[in-house]
Design a protein around this ligand. Structure first.
Ligand code: UT7
Length: 374
């Protein structure tokens, strides 16, 4: 019995018979992973599929008009420049794990799983409960009462959900996990500078979760195909928090409060986003020999409706295929894609058998996308 890697379709296959309870080498020499959950006698390749989705958005709603009472802005400017009309704001006692919890419970219930079925928890967030340690994933593991599962955060800002989903996919196809909980959860209302009208109007709070499960049954619907991931760190200061980390530590009495908050070069991020979103979509389609018309939906990171419209126009793609819900939630960073997926499932416009493409981008600068047969 052994696990072999097939470079033609980037999959791992279990070869031989008998229950697996063995040590396998994954990736770089010296990286080991103990496979204890997978128990199969089949030789069929393991596929990773999204078994269920859930979301939670805090009920407190802030309209553009509400915002115009705090900063010098207007409903007209925000909606015409971004497509945003509302955003939802967490209560003062709600941290990232508190938003993640109901989203995760909903996904677990819909997947028909119990907490003890989860092998690994991945939380994509750039607004963690605590700065750096412990991980929000560990806090969530305790709240969910998942017994002793692996838990870690994935920090890739607004691309975080795509990065975490790809990590889950590779664990599952490698046979290292059977069910992975992937959550995007953000409380940007805590890190935006509420005096900076060019950025504070753009963001909102929320969480979305998916369960990525192993399947060796070819009749099971849905498969996540290998992602495109990328980053261009030269653009790190286009969207960042300049102080409070190890580069520029917080110094009481010296560090300005605004330097602890999010700073953004909006024009730079906009130009990057319009170029990279089109590139990711084209590359994912080319890999599979597909045309844009063969997609049922594109589910893009919701940052600005004008970015989505510009991508569609520039590439001659039907903008109606791009799911857009930014008007209600604004930019919820790593949570925006799973919140959108959940909404689409609940509206019954995303159904089993459909072919969708997800694409994210953001601080890093980073990007990524997946083709998924739902
Ligand atoms: O997840 C990734 C996160 N970030 C993004 O995706 C951001 C990408 N960038 C953008 O979406 C756009 O660049 C923004 C929405 C941030 C800005 O739109 P823009 O059309 O590039 O506006 P601008 O920055 O060029 O500003 C135009 C004007 C300026 O006034 P002046 O200098 O022309 O008099 C700004 O001061 O609009 C003014 N302005 C505002 N006015 C009212 C900027 N923000 C506001 C505001 N309300 N909230």
């Amino acid at each position: 019995m052994c696990l072999t890697y097939h470079s033609d379709d980037s999959s791992y296959k279990i070869v031989g018979r008998g229950p697996i309870k063995c040590t396998v080498v994954l990736g770089a020499v010296g990286t080991f992973c103990y496979v204890s959950r997978v128990n199969t006698t089949a030789t069929t390749p393991i596929r990773a599929r999204i078994a269920a989705v859930g979301a939670y958005v805090p009920p407190r709603r802030m309209t553009n008009v509400d915002l115009s009472r705090i900063v010098d802005t207007s409903d007209e400017w925000i909606s015409s420049h971004t497509g945003i009309r509302n955003r939802h704001i967490a209560e003062d006692d709600q941290a990232a794990s508190d938003l993640a919890l109901p989203a995760s419970r909903q996904a677990l219930e819909r997947a028909g799983l119990n907490p003890e079925d989860i092998d690994l928890i991945l939380v994509a967030t750039s607004t963690p409960d605590y700065p750096g340690l412990p991980s929000t994933a560990s806090v969530l593991q305790h709240k969910l009462e998942v017994p002793a599962a692996g838990a870690m955060d994935v920090v890739a800002a607004c691309s975080g959900f795509i990065y975490a989903l790809e990590t889950a996919r590779t664990y599952v196809v490698a046979g290292a996990a059977r069910h992975v909980l992937v959550v995007g959860t953000e409380v940007y209302s805590r890190i935006v500078d509420w005096t900076d009208r060019s950025s504070c109007v753009l963001f909102g709070d929320g969480a979305g979760a998916v369960i990525v499960s192993a399947s060796d049954n070819p009749d099971d619907p849905g498969e996540i195909l290998p992602a495109i991931l990328g980053s261009r760190g030269a653009g790190a200061e286009a969207l960042y928090r300049s102080h409070g980390g190890t580069r520029n530590p917080y110094v009481p009495g010296q560090t300005r409060e605004s330097d602890l908050k999010l700073k953004m070069d909006g024009r730079k991020v906009y130009n990057f986003a319009v170029a990279i979103v089109g590139q990711v979509i084209s590359e994912l389609l080319d890999r599979q020999g597909l045309r844009f018309q063969m997609l049922d939906w594109v589910v893009p990171h919701q940052a600005n409706i004008r970015i989505i419209e510009a991508v569609a126009k520039r590439n001659g793609w039907d903008v109606e295929r791009f799911y857009r819900n930014i008007s209600e939630y604004a930019n919820t960073s790593a949570a925006s894609i799973p919140i959108a997926l959940n909404e689409m499932v609940e509206k019954e416009i995303l159904k089993r058998g459909m072919r969708i493409l997800t694409v994210g981008f953001g601080a890093g600068l980073s990007w990524g996308g997946h083709l998924i047969s739902w």
